[in-house]
Design a protein around this ligand. Structure first.
Ligand SMILES: *Cc1c(COP(=O)(O)O)cnc(C)c1O
Length: 393
């Protein structure tokens, strides 16, 4: 049996067709029809007004924070339980993170956000942006978070890198914040090999981000620059891969959900095992039509909580009774050449952020100790899944 990975790339075959098309056209750099089409597909699927494809999710976060005005000496609030790519761009901009604890699903806890904002107001620390992550594909409590952020008039950057295909109150994850971010890294639900995107509400924001992403060239026949820029644009070649992958996104979401269901049924006989993933909503139509979402501006106050959300079940995450049990399962899987990984180590415990402020309790630490990401690849065969089950204990 070959090694079973957490979430390896899953190609459709159609990538080759689009790649050949791109190569034949000779448009193989930072502009072209594939990029336009890929961005149009992202908008159609999510209901976002504008999309800008970048060479990674991390560079999209960097540009997104810059769009929100984050700079030297500012503070940015960030959940502690996330991949480090969420927080590194704060440092690129000379700003400082303030880490906050998470709720039972691993997302920014509204109480911790309120406490952090009150603390910053008291201490005179200028908070320029709030980052909200939809961890492992399931939605944060957006209504509560937006209500708190609005009270302080601070914009939200939504890191939906893991959550493309998920929704909150019927609206796509990634379209709730002033800026939304997606990732198409190889392990995400769909991939361009490496890549990302910004989802944006205005043409001006997209134009500014594109300007920064392509070396900040001023209008002139010669090379003229009055601002610092970056080389962050996605290649038209890779957009061809993205186009093929976008065509199967609804199928991938359904497959991820099925994998979660299988894990859930397997662990039913072990009452001490639970999941970080939310339970699926009652069955919907099997293949949701695209586009799913209204293009109208959305007013969250017209709906009453609790709002339904749908996860993309990017990774199935089991929660064991304690650390020792989690390690036992991880090592048992590893012995059978099956990859599993502890949940992200909280960022406030990382040496690189040792000097930064943390506000909250020990929820994130608990999830880190007890949580284990299980193989969730959509190309996994039934036989491979049975092999995983056989080697859990
Ligand atoms: C993958 C990921 C990113 C970064 O995306 P890259 O495309 O790998 O740069 C950012 N945030 C989260 C939460 C992620 O999981």
């Amino acid at each position: 049996m070959n090694r079973i990975y957490l979430s390896p790339p899953h190609l459709t075959g159609k990538e080759q067709t689009y790649l050949q098309e791109v190569l034949a056209s000779n448009w193989i750099t930072s502009a072209g029809k594939m990029l336009d089409e890929f961005e149009a597909m992202l908008c159609a699927y999510t209901g976002a007004s504008f999309a800008l494809a970048t060479n990674s999710g991390t560079s999209a976060i960097h540009l997104g924070l810059k769009l929100l005005g984050v700079g030297e000496g500012d503070y940015v609030i960030c959940p502690t339980l996330t991949f480090i790519a969420t927080a590194n761009p704060i440092l690129y901009l000379g700003a400082k993170p303030i880490f906050v604890d998470v709720d039972a699903w691993g997302n920014v806890a509204p109480e911790a956000l309120a406490e952090a904002l009150a603390y910053c107001a008291r201490e005179g620390r200028k908070v320029r942006a709030i980052i909200v992550v939809h961890l492992f594909g399931h939605s944060a409590q957006m209504h509560e978070l937006i209500t708190i952020a609005d009270a302080y008039n601070i914009p939200i950057l939504e890191d939906a890198a893991e959550a493309l295909g998920g929704t909150y109150a019927g609206k796509a994850l990634g379209t709730w914040g002033r800026v939304g971010v997606l990732s198409f890294n190889g392990n995400k639900i769909i991939t361009t090999s490496g890549g990302g995107a910004l989802l944006l509400p205005t043409a001006e924001m997209r134009e500014k981000a594109l300007f920064w992403a392509t070396q900040a060239k001023d209008q002139a026949p010669h090379y003229q620059h009055s601002e610092m820029g970056y080389n962050y644009r996605l290649s038209n070649v890779l957009a061809g891969v993205g186009k093929a992958q976008m065509e199967v996104l609804p199928v991938r979401v359904a497959q991820k959900r099925e994998i979660f269901e299988k894990w859930r049924i397997f662990f039913q006989k072990y009452p001490t095992v639970s999941f970080l993933n939310p339970l699926p909503l009652p069955a919907r139509s099997p293949s949701p039509p695209v586009p799913l979402f209204s293009l109208q501006p959305f007013n969250p106050s017209t709906l009453l909580p609790p709002y339904p959300s749908t996860s993309n079940y990017w990774l199935t995450v089991a929660l064991f009774e304690h650390y020792e049990m989690r390690e036992k399962v991880r090592l048992s899987l590893e012995k059978a050449n099956i990859e599993s990984r502890p949940v992200w180590k909280p960022l406030h415990l990382q040496p690189v952020f040792a000097q930064d402020i943390y506000i909250g309790g020990r929820v994130a630490e608990g999830i880190f100790q007890r949580g284990l990401c299980l193989p969730s690849g959509t190309a996994m065969t039934d036989e491979e899944m049975q092999y995983c089950f056989k080697n859990v204990f």
